[in-house]
Design a protein around this ligand. Structure first.
Ligand SMILES: Cc1ncc(COP(=O)(O)O)c(C=O)c1O
Length: 381
């Protein structure tokens, strides 16, 4: 039986050869491919600076660290995201505060953000859920009026457009984060990047990626010789290798093609599944062009008299693997225990979670694969 996963990478011979070339070269890490990948990311997004790191989580961690917010602050993010978006606030001694989501896009709601802002709020982390941009201009304007930073978690949305702005240009954020995990649009195995237009933040990110070290002559307090380096911040080893960056460069060349194919599949799903009574298909707002990392539908499992578990297992029997994005973060035991969150705190995200199911979506899916998924859903609903 053919297995259709919910997401997977697309690797071709060019990608493989790009990695092999690095294996035959002098530099496996800290070499020229890292900067070449960063330059390619800047060219693609329009941002001035890019720092490639070992994961999207590492990118979020040092993005927040670069802001040096101290230890008595709050960061607002969405409950409908992967753990790392909120954990990055805790890593940096902040308190994670959630703002509930919109019913239609399932992105963080601007009016809910406004309600949660306090005198301690220093940061907002909007997440472009499933690839659909948040209302970035409204969020950015609201933040800038109050001296609040914005780090856009665009781990789902490289290649998407907000009012024509390419995600990653940082027109509406201080920094923007990407992930290159294999289920994302392009992959480096594991990997991530931070984009910014701020030179000072860029310099800090370079240090934070590499133990907080610098050899920059302008920053050194003394310079006794060529071996010399200084540590100016508490950084990490979040470096990415040249092997990974060579793969990233090769993948980035195909990104627009990948997105085109994702959108073709979404069109077929929308046309065919939009007809089915108990399914709500994802929407795309006029201001947005989604790059569709995921295809999350809402299914009224109660009305059809089947649990989500039974539904997922029935699809699995047919070789179709699905996922649930996301368990609202405030319901995680760690968050409940440490921050006293409880069920009912964010009803829109909780209600959405009960009904959410992500169907297979990746560029290597054939029309036949898409037809198999649609047929299976029709049989079950
Ligand atoms: C919204 C979001 N933020 C952050 C991350 C973390 O990225 P990574 O898995 O590359 O660490 C992910 C990855 O799943 C994600 O989906």
């Amino acid at each position: 039986m053919k297995i259709i996963p919910y997401g997977r990478q697309y690797i071709d011979e060019d990608d493989i050869n790009a990695v092999i070339d690095v294996l035959r070269s002098v530099w496996l890490t800290c070499g020229p491919k890292v900067k070449e990948f960063e330059d390619a990311l800047c060219k693609y997004t329009g941002a001035k600076y890019a720092v490639a790191v070992s994961s999207g989580t590492a990118a979020l961690h040092i993005a927040v660290a670069a802001l040096e917010l101290g230890d008595d602050w709050e960061g607002i993010t969405t409950p409908n995201t992967f753990l790392a978006s909120a954990n990055s606030i805790i890593y940096n001694n902040g308190r994670p505060v959630f703002a509930d989501i919109e019913e239609d896009t399932h992105n963080i709601s601007v009016s809910e953000i406004e309600k949660r802002i306090s005198s301690k709020t220093r940061l907002i982390i909007p997440v472009d859920f499933a690839g659909h941009p948040c209302e970035m201009d409204a969020i950015y304007n609201l933040a800038k009026k109050r001296n609040i930073y914005v780090i856009r978690d665009a781990c789902h949305s490289i290649g998407s457009l907000f009012k024509g702005e390419k995600t990653g240009s940082c027109m509406y954020s201080d920094m923007t984060i990407f992930s290159f995990h294999p289920v994302k649009h392009i992959t480096t195995g594991e990997g991530g990047a931070i984009l910014t237009n701020n030179a000072e933040i860029y310099e800090k990110l370079l240090m934070l990626r590499n133990h907080g070290m610098t050899k920059d002559e302008e920053l050194l307090t003394s310079n006794p010789g060529p071996w010399y380096y200084e540590m100016h911040m508490l950084g990490f080893n979040y470096r990415i290798t040249d092997l990974q960056c060579a793969l990233g460069i090769s993948q980035l060349k195909k990104l627009d093609r990948f997105i085109k194919r994702r959108r073709e599949i979404v069109d077929i799903y929308n046309r065919e599944l939009g007809q089915i009574k108990y399914i709500t298909i994802p929407i795309e707002k006029d201001y947005a062009k989604s790059s569709y990392h995921l295809y999350p539908v809402e299914i009224d499992f109660e009305k059809i008299g089947i649990t989500r578990e039974e539904f997922m297992l029935a699809l699995k029997d047919k070789g179709i693997l699905t996922q649930v994005h996301y368990i609202p973060i405030h319901l995680q035991p760690y968050y409940r225990k440490r921050f006293s969150y409880k069920p009912g705190d964010y009803p829109v995200a909780e209600n959405y979670y009960e009904r959410a199911l992500s169907l297979p979506l990746y560029p290597a899916m054939t029309d036949e694969d898409v037809a198999i998924v649609i047929k299976a859903l029709r049989e079950l609903l």
